[in-house]
Design a protein around this ligand. Structure first.
Ligand code: CP
Length: 334
């Protein structure tokens, strides 16, 4: 049985097939392939885009989506194996997965890491535990990676460029007042390198390097796809000649779970915010961000309102790519 937990489990060709299906669904949104099918959407964290696009996407394919918010409108869930459940959680992921597998054809989960211990969070054990206990395909709606966002980003770039190979893709750390999840940054590296782009990671200092499992994967994908991988702390060098600037803020992993200590680094890097001056150093680059985005904190109004900003296209494409993922996992073709 196939899951969609990370694009690392899918080849570039398989991902391309998903993107082609998504493009066709974008042209003909209303279909009947998933009539009678259902998906359970479990949200441990807030969402605007993911919830709306999955619910609407399943409806547009003729199926039904059920939203569950454990700890709020569903029982709290324990994800660890072998634990004595004398905390807040009322039931174990083994039963949650088993029950939802009896009712639904797909299960999707958003479970951000706990921001306590990266040495355990980096294993992505929560979604892997769900997949282990489920007897239907599982979809990742963001954990330490955000594979649906990856597909939406790549569909947006392919729509604009046609061929993305050898385009300069800059993943830029940007300012935010507190440390955020690394998921979208990890994912941006994975997908851009897998599709042969010349990837530059721009981050303020070594503490903001991404987990080696993702930087190493990106280097390997770049080598296999004819792309390249480069890391710099120099803003001018990164922006020079860029075809795409993709901004994201994330927390410094050596200070994971210690936001007060991390602030002593972070407070020095407000100038990483994306603005018109930086964008003027590029090769007429596109700008994008996964959203939500704090204006004039992560990127200026001028950048967000510019013709080169494709963040809304990327958000729209979440709908189309997720429909393709659901159809693929259920063995349906257009
Ligand atoms: N980009 C994204 O996943 O948006 P939401 O958090 O609103 O779902």
């Amino acid at each position: 049985m196939r899951h969609f937990l990370s694009t690392a489990d899918w080849s570039a060709q398989q991902l391309d097939e998903l993107l082609n299906l998504a493009s066709r669904l974008k042209q003909e949104p209303l279909q009947e392939q998933l009539r009678g099918k259902s998906i359970a959407l479990m949200f441990m964290n807030p969402s605007l885009r993911t919830r709306t696009s999955f619910e609407l996407g399943m409806h547009q394919l003729g199926g039904h989506a059920i939203v569950l918010q454990p700890g709020k409108d569903a029982w709290g869930v324990e994800f660890k194996t072998g634990t004595v459940m004398d905390g807040d959680a009322e039931e174990h992921i083994a039963e949650v997965a088993g029950v939802l597998s009896r009712y639904c054809d797909l299960i999707a989960l958003r479970a951000f890491p706990l921001f306590k211990d990266w040495s355990t969070d980096r294993d992505d054990a929560v979604i892997r535990s769900l997949a282990k206990h489920a007897s239907v395909p599982v979809v990742n709606m963001e954990t330490i990676v955000h594979p649906c966002q990856e597909l939406a980003l790549m569909l947006t770039l392919k729509e604009r460029f046609g061929e993305v190979r050898k385009k300069k893709f800059v993943l830029s750390w940007t300012w935010h007042p507190r440390p955020l999840n690394t998921a979208v940054a990890n994912s941006a590296l994975l997908i851009a390198s897998k599709f042969g782009m010349d990837v530059t990671l721009l981050c303020p200092e070594e503490a903001y390097r991404l987990d080696p499992q993702f930087e190493s994967a990106a280097m390997g994908y770049a080598a296999a796809s004819g792309g390249s991988y480069y890391m710099t702390h120099n803003i001018d060098e990164a922006y020079a000649g860029a075809d795409v600037v993709y901004a994201k803020s994330w927390g410094a992993l050596p200070f994971y779970g210690k936001p007060d200590q991390e602030w002593e680094l972070r407070k020095n890097y407000r100038h990483f915010m994306v603005d018109e001056d930086k964008m003027s150093k590029t090769d007429n680059a596109l700008f994008s961000h996964c959203l939500p985005l704090r204006r004039n904190v992560k990127a200026t109004d001028a950048v967000m309102d510019a013709d080169y900003c494709v963040a809304l296209d990327e958000a729209e494409n979440r709908l189309h790519v997720q429909k393709a993922v659901m159809m693929n996992l259920l063995g349906k073709k257009l």
